[in-house]
Design a protein around this ligand. Structure first.
Ligand code: SF4
Length: 102
């Protein structure tokens, strides 16, 4: 992480799996922004790194499923919502979702 902030990795280095893994821990709460003596905005850094990752086409199945089907959510509401909630609560659905999201 220190290498990315110092500029030694360059912009391409920001999508290094270790950088993504580290920034995955950030909640983007911006609590650290006022504490940092160099005024590093970790939330902004995280959003830039994620945008670079998405621009490069490195999108997981889970990310695609959520972003591509967001407009389906209202259609699933109504009488179907309890059915969807039931299916999503089953262990086989959770197992399949876990396997497909990797
Ligand atoms: S924004 Fe800063 S304080 Fe908040 S989770 Fe991310 S690194 Fe931690």
């Amino acid at each position: 992480m220190r290498l990315a902030i110092s500029g030694q990795l360059g912009f391409e280095g920001l999508t290094d799996p270790k950088v993504l893994e580290t920034l995955d821990l950030c909640l983007s709460c911006k609590a650290c922004k006022s504490e940092c003596p160099s005024n590093v905005d970790m939330a902004k850094l995280k959003s830039e790194v994620l945008q670079k990752k998405y621009d490069d086409g490195n999108i997981t199945f889970r990310e695609k499923a959520i972003s591509a089907n967001v407009d389906m959510v209202p259609k699933l509401a109504g009488w179907k919502a309890p059915l969807v909630n039931f299916v999503q609560g089953t262990s086989i659905f959770k197992y399949a979702a876990e396997k497909l999201s990797r």
